[in-house]
Structures are given as C-alpha cells and as structure tokens.
Design a protein around this ligand. Structure first.
Ligand code: ACO
Ligand code: LMR
Length: 600
C-alpha cells in the first residue's frame, strides 16, 4: 500500500462524535470530494437509524448502526475504522474489527489502553496486514483526499496550513499537537504535506515511524520526509538502519524532542507514556546524534527546524503546486426540520422514489397502482408477481357490503350531512384489531409462532396466555360451511405466483385446529393478507428486521386502509346521491337497562 488514503477512502466512525464527524464532512466539502469520508457511524446506545450532518450548505444523512459488523455489512467499501471508543472499550472494538475483516487501517484515539492489551492488539493487526494508527492519537491526513476527525483543526486553519491539497512532505510525528504545528511550519517553509500521520503517544503504538516512512518512500507524491521523534524508545534507530540498508532513499529531516530531559533526574516522563528515556540510547540527544551521523538532516535545535525544512525543500527544486479550487463552507447553516426519502418535487417533474411520475402513471408504461405503492411505500421496484399481488389485495378488500362496521359508520356520518372526507374518516377510524386492522397482528403473531417452531397447539396456548384472540382468525359470518371466497382467491394467486408460501402453510395448520373447535374460526381475509405479505417479502429477499419493522410500523393494515377507502367513498357517494335523511337508530333495537333515579 503506497498511499494510506485516497479521495475514495471511506470510514466507519465508531462512536457518534458529531463534532469530529462534521469536521470531516466540512473538509470533504471544501476539497470537493465526491462522497463523504464517513460512510457509517457505530453508535451502540443510539436508537436512531441515521444522523444528520451538513455537507456544505446542504444536509446529508449518515446511517448509524449498533455494531461494527452491521455497519461493515451495510458499507463494505468503508475500509478505515476510526475507533473513537473510550480506553475501556477501544481494545474490544479493534479486536472485533480485525475479526470482521475488510479494514485496511484502524485508527485508535483512546489514551491509556492497558499496555498488555495494546501489544496484543497491535500484534494481531500487524499479522493481518492492517495499519493501526495510535492508540493515543489525533490520527492522520492525506491532504486533498481524506482527513481523520480533528487533525488540522478548523477549516481556516487547515487552509492556512495548506492541508487542503497534497504537498511534497511525508510527515510522521508522535504528538498530535506538534503534528498541527509542524503542518503549519511546513506550509510556511515548503509546499505542504503529501501525507501525515501522528502515530500516537502511548508506549506501544500500532504503526511505528519506520512503517510509515517505508510507505511514504513508495508513495510517489512524497518527495522528502520529516520525522519528529521524542525522548524514549529506540524506534528512530530502525529508521537509521533502513537508510543504511538503502530501503529509504528520499531525504529525511528529523528531530527528537526532549533534549531538555538531561537536566532532570533519569526516568522523568514527558507528557506521553512513551516519552521517557530508560537508557543513554533512548535520550533525545543520542538519537539526534545518531540520525545526523546516518545522513539524516538534523537541525541544531527545534528552533532551527523550519530553516532545515526550507533548505531541504529548496534543494529539491520541485515544481510549484497548482492551487485547486475549493468550496467554501457557509458560516450560517440551517438544519432541516423534515426529511423525505420517497419523493421529490423539485425538478421539472416530480418523482416517486426517483421515477418521474409519467414513467409509472401513463397507461403506456404498463405500470399499475401496485408499482406506485412499491415505490412510495418501499422505495423499490417490485417484480410483477408482487405488484399484481398488492393490486389483488386492494381490489379484494375494496368493499364488503354496507353492513360491516366501517361502511356503516361512514354511511351514518354521510347521512348526518358531513362531507366525503369527514364521512370517510369515521369509516376509517373503525379499522382496528377486530375489523380490518388485524393484518399487522396476524403477520406478527404467526411469524413469531413459526420462527419459534411453535406447534399449532402451542401457538393457541401461547395466545390464550397473552389473553387476545388470534389476529387473522375468525369471522362473524364466514365459516367452513360459508367459506370466504376472497381468502380462497388470494390463496390461489399465491399458489400460482409465489415462489413458496411457508408462513401460509403453517397458518393453515393452525386454522385446521381452530376450525376443529369452532367452524367460524377460519383464517380470515386479514390473516391471509398479513401472512402472504410476509411470504412475499421473504421471497423478495428482505431481511427479517426489515419485515419486523414493516409490521410494527403498521404497513400491513395500510393495505386494508387504502383498499377499503374505495368502498367507503362508494357508500358515502351512494348516500349523498340518494339524498338520504339523517339516520336515527330504532329504539326497539336497543336494550335499555337504565336504573331509575330512586333505585340509585
Ligand atoms: N382466536 C381464538 N379464539 C377466537 C377467536 C380468535 N381469533 N375469535 C373468536 N374466538 C373464540 C372466542 O374466544 C369465543 O370462544 P368461546 O365460545 O369459547 O367463548 C368464540 O370463538 C366466539 O367468539 P366471538 O367473539 O363471539 O366471535 P365472533 O364471531 O363474534 O368474532 C371476530 C369475530 C371479531 C372477527 C373474532 O373472531 C376476532 O376478534 N378475530 C380476531 C380479529 C380479526 O381477525 N379480525 C378481522 C376479521 S376480518 C375483517 O374484519 C376484514
Ligand atoms: C370485511 O371485509 O369488512 C369483512 O370481512 C368484515 C365483515 O364483518 O364481514
């Protein structure tokens, strides 16, 4: 891997750290990336499905997931994990990601992961060829391509430090703070950086100086490298060896901070856990000396580093870098109150899930109302057998005569002089667990019983225990003797066109048991629709969670609501055309059982 990140690199951000993510997206917008650098967020405790962020003046939604595995499955192209978990969780998150696989780089921000665990984690990553940046780091950047979280600070600072486009220097530091400082120094004294990594301040970090410098050696964008080491450890000696062995040929500038350590007693630790010299070789002075002897450009002091950078950069005579055009992130942005993911009316022609209305509405398209429902309710095109099934359901439930609860209500309301919409609403409000609205319940309970391998007997016992009649079973007038031909029709359609109907097959075994107790306890029209819709969605390849969500959000009852509205409106118009007077229920049809005042 010559380049750590490109303009196509996408990350999974572990932890819903909205400020850091927004910074990444502002950077993306500034450098005109095609797609956001964060593809998914892992937010274990959040119940939301997405988080809104600004992308320039607009807003975008980034999906959130409870686990890394789910995020990776949904966004397999995202091969960088930005592990922003706390030091208590960071190890587990990294190990799990290594287990899942498909990550090329994992950046760990937490400081203070127990050293034993850090060593194990780093070794596992190394064995699987995964670059670990950190722990205890702000991360890194490939200017003009991909920036991790807070590296470089604000957009103004980023542009001032020329971190918005690739320069020529490969920068490796331990410290994040000094990384930003050096980016600025390099932008003033040279043409900016091509790639930069702050490897982290803990004693045991994943990728070390030499790993990063060797990669930069093979990155053609990097023309020279700058290494900022510090007192403690012997990693700088590996760089010296690589230069001696000819593995590093590009000019290297280096400085080890912590030369002041000699004025203290031995063992003083400077900031980072790793910044403590335990032997003469580990002192900053010894390392600076050795690096200088190996031909590395080592300044006299840290103060002299800018001059050294200028000197090396100028000696390379590099062509000046063209400044790219940038987007400007607006300073005032307003968050949108509503989100719409199903249709769009902003263009010349409004669309249903991206399809212009004319492409589904006109007869020449061959599309029906089933296709419109598939697009507007499920944001997908369904195959013909499925859209035909949806239409068969709507046509089947459009009406069942004037006597049923909902139609009766709508008729009474129309006769009270109310409008079509008012009368329709009263009819619709009747739809519920007993009348027409048992479809979701049927899907839910039969699916539960089948998923859990309950025998019909066990299912009946389970429902008895729940204290509710089985949704989808039973009818006031339909029975074994007077079968519901609507049910027969739907079942015949499914037998002919569905690839398979496992849930219906199970429901029929339940029906055999309930009708053996009472002959009107048939699988009714609500039950048949709910159960066949589950079979349809399974055949269409939906995940069980998606189907469960359709059920819990009331999608299935919605088929009855749409279909039966047709019938209700018919009854309402019927009443109006007939100019029927207000309805009063005959008193002799009411059993009055009211106590006399004196009895009370
Ligand atoms: N599951 C188990 N037992 C039932 C069910 C059921 N779904 N429905 C009725 N029973 C039992 C009752 O417990 C009662 O038992 P019992 O005689 O031992 O006391 C017996 O059957 C008769 O009960 P009723 O309430 O008198 O039955 P009724 O014929 O009046 O009810 C109804 C019909 C309301 C549809 C009922 O079967 C029910 O609630 N079903 C579930 C809801 C449902 O599916 N509704 C949609 C119907 S289709 C449509 O509206 C388009
Ligand atoms: C309907 O479709 O309205 C019926 O199944 C309910 C009924 O009472 O007939």
């Amino acid at each position: 891997m010559a380049q750590l990140f490109t303009r196509d690199t996408q990350a999974i951000f572990w932890n819903n750290n909205t400020t850091a993510i927004q910074r990444m997206l502002d950077y993306d917008y500034t450098i005109k990336r095609d797609k956001p650098s964060v593809a998914a967020i892992v937010a274990p405790t959040s119940s939301g499905k997405f988080e809104k962020f600004f992308y320039g003046p607009d807003e975008i939604m980034i999906p959130t997931f409870k686990t890394t595995a789910e995020a990776k499955e949904a966004q397999p192209q995202a091969d960088v994990l930005l592990n922003f978990a706390s030091f208590r969780t960071a190890y587990d998150v990294t190990m799990e990601a290594l287990e899942i696989g498909g990550f090329s780089t994992i950046m760990i921000t937490a400081e203070g992961i127990p050293e034993r665990l850090a060593r194990k984690m780093n070794a596992t990553a190394r064995a699987s060829g995964v670059v670990v940046i950190g722990p205890a780091t702000v991360g890194g950047i490939a200017p003009g391509a991909f920036k991790i979280a807070n590296v470089g600070g604000t957009i103004t600072n980023i542009v001032n430090s020329k971190l918005h486009r690739a320069g020529s220097c490969g920068l490796v530091t331990r410290s994040g703070g000094l990384f930003n400082e050096l980016s600025n120094i390099i932008s003033i004294n040279a043409d900016g950086i091509a790639e930069g990594v702050a490897i982290g301040g803990d004693r045991f970090v994943g990728s070390v100086f030499i790993d990063n410098l060797l990669r930069m050696e093979s990155n053609p964008q990097v023309k020279y490298m700058l290494l900022l080491g510090e007192v403690g450890g012997i990693e700088e000696y590996k760089v010296i060896d690589a230069i001696k062995e000819g593995k590093i040929t590009k000019p290297v500038i280096a400085w080890c901070i912590g030369t002041i350590a000699k004025y203290y007693d031995s063992g003083v630790q400077f900031g980072h856990a790793g910044a403590s010299a335990n032997a003469e070789r580990e002192t900053a002075e010894a390392k600076n000396r050795a690096m200088s002897e190996a031909g590395i450009y080592v300044p006299e002091s840290f103060n002299d580093l800018p001059n050294k950078i200028k000197e090396v950069y100028e000696s390379l005579n590099l062509a000046p870098i063209a400044e790219p055009e940038m987007n400007v992130v607006p300073t005032v942005r307003r968050s949108k109150q509503f989100i719409c993911t199903i249709s769009d009316d902003r263009g010349d022609e409004a669309t249903y899930a991206g399809f212009p209305i004319s492409s589904v509405a006109l007869p020449s398209t061959g599309k029906g109302i089933g296709d419109v429902i598939a697009l507007l309710w499920f944001k997908k095109q369904y195959p013909k057998w499925a859209t035909d099934f949806i239409e068969t359901v709507l046509k089947t439930v459009a009406d069942h005569g004037p006597a049923v609860s909902g139609a009766h209500n709508a008729k009474v309301t129309a006769r009270a002089g109310k409008s079509v919409v008012e009368s329709l609403v009263t009819g619709l409000l009747t739809i519920g667990p007993r009348f027409g609205g048992a479809i979701d319940g049927a899907a839910q309970y039969f699916k539960y019983a089948d998923d859990n391998g309950l025998s019909p007997k066990e299912f009946l016992a389970y429902m008895k225990n729940e204290g509710i009649p089985i949704p989808g079973i039973g009818h006031r007038i339909k029975s074994l003797k007077n079968p519901d031909l609507r049910v027969k029709g739907l079942m015949e359609y499914a037998a002919e066109y569905f690839p398979s109907t496992p849930l219906l097959d199970y429901a029929r075994t339940v029906e055999a048991l309930t009708t053996s107790k009472k002959e009107n306890l048939i699988l009714n029209v609500d039950g048949t629709i709910g159960i066949l819709m589950v079979d349809m969605w399974r055949a269409l390849g939906y995940a069980e969670e998606d189907i469960d969500e359709f059920i819990s959000s009331g999608t299935l009852n919605a088929f009855f609501i749409v279909g039966r509205s047709i019938g209700f409106i018919g009854h309402i118009l019927d009443e109006k055309r007939l100019e029927m007077p207000m309805y009063r229920h005959p008193m002799d049809d009411i059993l009055y059982d009211v106590q006399m005042a004196q009895e009370i």
